[in-house]
Write a protein that binds this ligand. Structure first.
Ligand SMILES: Nc1ncnc2c1ncn2[C@@H]1O[C@H](COP(=O)(O)OP(=O)(O)OP(=O)(O)O)[C@@H](O)[C@H]1O
Ligand SMILES: [Mg+2]
Length: 625
């Protein structure tokens, strides 16, 4: 092989296999480029999640209100027992005391029953909300364009649908009930105390002011920490997912140490924010207890004085102290509920940001969507036209300067050119992974943007180098493009492409699970499966982007022979660095720096003196020598 040739047999450039990229130490991508959540998106999301469950939300709220009423009747009954029951017993009348005892038991029993009903009702609400939310995240993320997924790593998506949904679950299942209970008891108890004794009630209500200020202070400080913590845990997950996805280059380039250091740093950052949040919480707990105890002490002192003076019934004082204990007891836990409330709010905001993303390659309105015209011949091929197309990725400069190109139906076009020339970009525009920045891509005269998704996927199929296999059997993997295909169809496609022999030799043949025995399926075999998948989908336009790069020479030759059958009548775009592939083409396009610099039949181009002719000579020499 001559080293001067630019024909590449395999990627040799060490930069190419896609080393997991290290963010520079000074900039942390997770801090700023998380999707900004548009104002109003979070409450709107919450509303849309809860409004279908409105009935059950109301039911749960009513149950909780009744349950609280039953619970808070307790101290009132105690006051009645002390102030009326005891004097009556002294007068030999046991009636009132018995009534109090029965009433107390009834309240306890009904509060238990109501609590049970509330938990059942609210658990249903929370299950439905979480179910709905997870489904929405998955569907939405799947519908977003390739462009989005290139920016938003899969790790962050995973953290949205795991950690973030989980923190919502914590709030809905545990925190929210407690939070509402505490807030409700504030209202109940204030009303009760004010009614029992205006003075004592006023002192209790006054104590809410410093408590409220404490809560606000805590919320402000902890809120920032919780947002930071959720960003930090997302960074940990992203690093984890990225490293494990790229485990091969990690091994190959001995990145383990550097990765360990970076991971430890991210992990520690998460721990640190967690620790800071706990510290805030400890301050809050101490502060709120102090306020509560001062209030109780004040009320006992002043109340006892008044009881001694005869200005206050003993039972009322007892009830007031009981109420306040009930109120202040959960107050240090209020911090915890606020915790879960805050992290859930932070999570919901992130999820709302994700769900507010609009696909850059939107599906057309169902009413405006157009179908492809009926085919003119029995051949599946259709005409492709790039009409005044210009393209730039979201980041970076223009990749394809304005051009026009027509591929007649049924033509097999080979696209060659050096690395980075824009071949894959051209293919991705045709497969509508992206829309052109300017101009139109037309399939039999219909703008791809007007084609409904299903119609487009039947029209254009692209096979790339990656040849991804999903978990499931080999047969299922082949049938992805046509789920209704029979086993015969699957086998016919595999045979046509030359994949049948290797599949038949797998332990369970076509029923072999590719994940369980994934190691046994080589890169070349994966490509064969991907080919069979594309053939079975029977598209009008087939794009092969270096789809044979992992095959050995005999394997590629076999695929090339099969190509004659596979591509017959279809419009095909074949991108290949190995020029042997070009031999099956009717037409060759040579691309340089985003421009088509040569266009003609292989024979003409080889006979000419352009860059393709010299490429071809170099390649032939390398094959011969
Ligand atoms: N997602 C992307 N975002 C920004 N720029 C991109 C993106 N993908 C490709 N590019 C840039 O567009 C140019 C053309 O890339 P393209 O993948 O089309 O080249 P190619 O001809 O297929 O190369 P190769 O032979 O290596 O596959 C390159 O300069 C590349 O850096
Ligand atoms: Mg490419």
């Amino acid at each position: 092989m001559t080293s001067s040739t630019s024909v590449r047999e395999k990627p040799l450039d060490p930069e190419e296999p896609g080393l997991p990229e290290e963010p520079a130490a000074h900039e942390d991508p997770f801090d700023k480029d998380d999707l900004p959540t548009p104002p109003g998106a979070t409450p709107a999301l919450l509303r849309s999640l809860l409004s279908p469950l409105r009935g059950r939300v109301v039911l749960a709220a009513v149950l909780l209100l009744l349950q609280q009423a039953a619970v808070q009747a307790g101290p009132l009954l105690v006051a009645y027992a002390i102030d009326s029951g005891v004097p009556a017993v002294r007068a030999d009348d046991h009636g009132p005391l018995i009534a109090v005892a029965v009433g107390y038991l009834l309240c306890a029993a009904s509060s238990g029953a109501l609590q049970y009903a509330f938990i059942v009702a609210s658990a249903r609400v929370s299950q439905d909300v979480l179910l709905d939310l997870r489904g929405r995240i998955f569907r939405h993320a799947q519908a977003l364009s390739v462009d989005f997924h290139e920016r938003y790593t899969s790790g962050r998506l995973i953290s949205r649908s795991t950690t973030d949904v989980e923190s919502l679950r914590e709030l809905l299942d545990e925190g929210l009930q407690e939070l509402i209970t505490v807030l409700l008891s504030f209202v109940y108890i204030s009303a009760m105390l004010l009614w029992l004794d205006l003075g004592l009630g006023a002192v209790a209500v006054a104590s809410f002011v410093p408590l409220y200020l404490l809560v606000r202070l805590y919320q402000r400080r902890a809120g920032a920490l919780f947002r930071e913590r959720s960003t930090a845990i997302a960074a940990v997950i992203v690093k984890f997912a990225e490293t494990m996805n790229g485990i091969r280059p990690v091994r190959a380039f001995r990145r383990e140490r550097a990765n360990d250091a970076r991971f430890a740093e991210l992990n520690q950052r998460h721990e640190r924010t967690n620790g800071d949040a706990m510290l805030e919480m400890a301050r809050y707990v101490v502060g709120s207890r102090l306020v509560a105890n001062i209030a109780v002490a004040g009320i006992v002192l002043w109340g006892a004085q008044r009881v001694a003076d005869g200005g206050l019934a003993l039972g009322v004082l007892a009830a007031a102290v009981l109420y306040l204990r009930r109120l202040y007891d959960p107050i240090d836990r209020l911090g915890m509920f606020l915790n879960s409330y805050q992290s859930a709010a932070a999570s919901l905001e992130k999820i709302a940001g994700l769900l507010a993303q609009v696909p850059a390659v939107p599906e057309p309105d169902p009413s405006a969507a157009r179908a492809l015209p009926a085919p003119e011949s029995e051949h599946p091929g259709r005409e492709v036209r790039f009409d005044g197309v210009r393209f730039a990725y979201r980041t970076g400069g223009e990749v394809l300067p304005r051009f026009d190109l027509t591929l007649p139906a049924g033509q097999t076009v080979a696209v060659v050119g050096s690395t980075g020339a824009g071949k894959s970009t051209l293919a991705k525009l045709l497969a509508r992974f992206y829309d052109p920045t300017e101009g139109r891509v037309l399939l039999d005269g219909v703008d791809l943007r007007e084609l409904a998704g299903a119609e487009l996927r039947r029209g254009v199929v692209m096979v790339t180098q990656e040849a991804f296999l999903f978990s499931g059997t080999v047969a299922e993997n082949i049938a992805i493009g046509r789920p209704d295909a029979t086993r015969e169809d699957v086998e016919r496609a595999a045979k046509a492409i030359g994949a049948h022999d290797f599949i038949a030799s797998l332990p369970d043949g076509y029923d072999t699970d590719v994940r369980k025995r994934g190691g046994r399926i080589s890169a070349g075999q994966r490509q064969l499966v991907a080919f069979a998948r594309a053939l079975l989908a029977d598209p009008a336009v087939l794009i092969l982007d270096e789809a044979t790069s992992s095959l050995d020479i005999p394997g590629e030759r076999a695929v090339q022979r099969a190509m004659h059958t596979v591509l017959r009548g279809r419009t095909a775009v074949v991108i290949a660095h190995r020029l042997s592939t070009v031999e099956i083409a009717d037409r060759v396009l040579v691309m340089e720096h985003g421009r088509i610099v040569e266009d003609g039949s292989p024979g003409d181009l080889i006979a000419g003196d352009g860059s393709f002719a010299s490429l071809h000579r170099a390649w032939r020499d390398s094959v011969v020598s």
